[in-house]
Write a protein that binds this ligand. Structure first.
Ligand code: SF4
Length: 252
């Protein structure tokens, strides 16, 4: 077994533990903060993701603080609460974001800072987007079934960022076979493999080099995510906003 596969298996074991506290929900906060992408809703990688071979090698969710027990417990608890009641989960998010959206008209929320979609998460996003129609919700996913379901809801403030790479290009066809709508808010990004130099692909709206190393980008155009080309990336998604202001959707 590859080292990276072992990491995924270990995460799965950790996040399947039944001793995760479920009894005291009072102090649980759903949202997590990331200095690059802002506030996000995170779920456990081990039980929600369907990783491709490239994302097993390049996933940022396999190292650092995001893999520490406090973060893993939070992700697991989020999944359990969301599965238990998507509506209550959405309501709790609304309560948590109030203090941020009151201060910042440009407030946005990322869904799946780590982790991926599942049925009840789609239901919770539906509830949240309907109750907060001016909140941009940026949903990152690699799962065709759930991505298509969410896109077909035609929620104007939900932007579905479908992540592809060299080993998972067939997922584009899978999503498109499942979609029943054409004018939806779904777009495709491309994650380069280790040492892969990006060769432009027409339908890709956002490109990430491995470790954001711009040396692997042959041609810099509007599809190249600024995380690849800037030294200081703190707060970059808030400044750029392509993934949740309609620019990436309209590029396809
Ligand atoms: S394109 Fe912009 S919003 Fe999207 S990931 Fe890159 S910096 Fe963030």
């Amino acid at each position: 077994m590859r080292i990276s596969n072992i990491k995924f298996t270990n995460l799965q074991k950790k996040t399947n533990k039944t001793d995760i506290f479920l009894t005291s929900n009072i102090n649980h906060t759903i949202l997590s903060n990331n200095k690059v992408t802002g506030l996000s809703v995170n779920f456990p990688i081990g039980t929600t993701c369907q990783p491709s071979k490239v994302c097993i090698k390049t996933c940022y969710g396999l190292t650092g603080p995001i893999t520490w027990p406090t973060s893993l417990n939070k992700q697991v608890k989020n999944a359990l609460l969301c599965k238990d009641s998507p509506k209550d989960f959405a309501q709790k998010i609304i309560e948590e974001i109030t203090k941020y959206s009151a201060k910042d008209n440009n407030f946005f929320l990322r869904w799946n800072g780590v982790g991926d979609l599942f049925k009840e998460a789609v239901d919770a996003i539906h509830e949240l987007a309907t109750k907060e129609p001016s909140l941009p919700i940026w949903v990152v996913t690699r799962i065709p079934e759930h991505a298509a379901k969410l896109a077909d809801l035609l929620l104007p403030n939900v932007f579905i960022h479908f992540s592809l790479d060299e080993k998972s290009m067939n997922r584009k066809e899978k999503v498109e076979k499942l979609l029943t709508t054409k004018k939806n808010n779904l777009f495709y990004s491309y994650q380069c493999d280790k040492n892969e130099t990006y060769d432009p692909i027409s339908f890709i709206s956002v490109v990430f080099a491995d470790k954001y190393n711009k040396d692997f980008i042959s041609e810099v155009d509007e599809t190249i995510c600024p995380l690849n080309t800037n030294e200081n990336i703190e707060g970059m998604c808030n400044k750029c906003r392509r993934c949740f202001n309609g620019d990436a959707v309209n590029y396809k």
